[in-house]
Ligand binder design. Structure first.
Ligand SMILES: *Cc1c(COP(=O)(O)O)cnc(C)c1O
Length: 347
């Protein structure tokens, strides 16, 4: 019988296990007793390491997942009568079950377009000005996904342009960085260059998809917005009592650069995957392959055949495309196996 248990897949980077650096830190943290609810040395250390990599003062909170990081941070940035602009494919719109609206007590999410998963700055003004009367929620925040749901990355210039435009309409800036590490690796810049230096108020920094078991960090560059955020975390069920097992993983990821190494590896594997698939007739690549995903358009019989062979991947993220995600532990072997199966199915 095929051992699907140990086989690596391309469905999501959250199909992967825990990377050795996070695992080792968990084991180190698993000694003796320490204070709970984040009042422990691991949590202090993790927050300090985050301040180090961003080279600035910032307030840091550790939560369980990305949905809560996004929802609670957005709630802290607006009133219930406000609205949040985001790309129509944004995770907060398509994959969070209305949590941002729920945690922000009814705040409306307004969708804007743009190619390749990126918000087109020209779409902001029409949405902000669509209604300015008291009967419609007042726009207050823009949520930017970096890297995007399409695996693309906003360049420094694109970010500057987008954020300056948003700010000119009085919007605050939240960044959904579930794959922030992959974006940093792709751009080859210091993390500050695509966050606070461009005007980002709050970043949701993803740990899970980059190799941790569980955990995202909410990083407030705008310190005022962090006021009483710990209460939101607690009320939202996001204050871990054994916090050291969230925060120690961050220490493991950040202290020797594992976060960037793993993201760089995932990106490199996706590039390799893209090159292999480009060489197969009737397979088309849909978006620029800039981070750790490849979106490939393949004939229906190939998709069905791959599934029969036990491959798991999503086709709903970008309709008509197979989304193939690479992780910190994806190997060229895994990719070669997949591509061989594609070829044998005669696309
Ligand atoms: C995975 C992901 C999240 C977080 O999802 P959770 O399942 O709640 O951890 C947020 N934003 C983006 C863009 C994602 O891909």
């Amino acid at each position: 019988m095929e051992n699907t248990h140990v086989r690596r897949q391309f469905a999501s980077d959250n199909y992967s296990g825990i990377c050795p650096e996070a695992f080792a830190a968990l084991a180190e943290a698993n000694q003796g007793h320490t204070r709970s609810y984040g009042n422990d040395p691991w949590t202090d250390k993790a927050a300090d390491l985050i301040r180090d990599i961003f080279e600035t003062k910032c307030e840091v909170f550790f939560v369980f997942n990305g949905t809560s990081a996004n929802s609670l941070s957005l709630a802290s940035m607006c009133q219930s009568y406000n609205s949040i602009l985001c790309h129509e494919q944004a995770h907060i719109e398509t994959a969070e079950c209305g949590a941002p609206e729920f945690f922000a007590n009814g705040t409306k999410v307004l969708l804007v377009g743009g190619d390749g998963g990126k918000i087109n700055p020209a779409c902001i003004e029409p949405m902000v000005k669509k209604r300015t009367d008291i009967h419609y929620p007042k726009p207050r925040v823009i949520s930017i996904t970096q890297a995007t749901e399409a695996g693309t990355v906003y360049s420094l210039n694109e970010l500057t342009n987008l954020i300056e435009t948003a700010r000119s309409f009085g919007l605050r800036i939240q960044m959904d960085g579930a794959r922030f590490s992959n974006a940093v690796a792709a751009l080859g810049v210091a993390p500050k260059e695509i966050t606070w230096k461009r005007g980002v108020d709050v970043l949701c920094f993803g740990g899970t998809k980059n190799g941790m078991a569980i955990g995202e960090a909410v990083v407030f560059f705008n310190l005022e917005l962090a006021r009483e955020f710990e209460y939101r975390c607690k009320q939202g069920g996001q204050l871990a009592s054994k916090m050291r097992f969230l925060s120690s993983q961050w220490v493991g990821m950040l202290r020797d650069g594992a976060w960037l190494r793993h993201a760089t590896h995932g990106n490199k594997m996706a590039k390799y995957f893209e090159e292999k698939l480009r060489a197969v007739p009737n397979v088309k690549i849909s978006f620029a392959c800039e981070t750790n995903s490849v979106f490939a358009h393949m004939p229906e019989h190939v998709i069905a055949g791959l599934r029969t062979k036990g491959w798991q991947f999503y086709t709903h993220v970008s309709p008509g495309d197979c989304r193939l995600m690479c992780s910190w532990d994806t190997t060229e072997e895994d990719i070669n196996q997949f591509v061989t199966d594609v070829k044998n199915l005669k696309p």
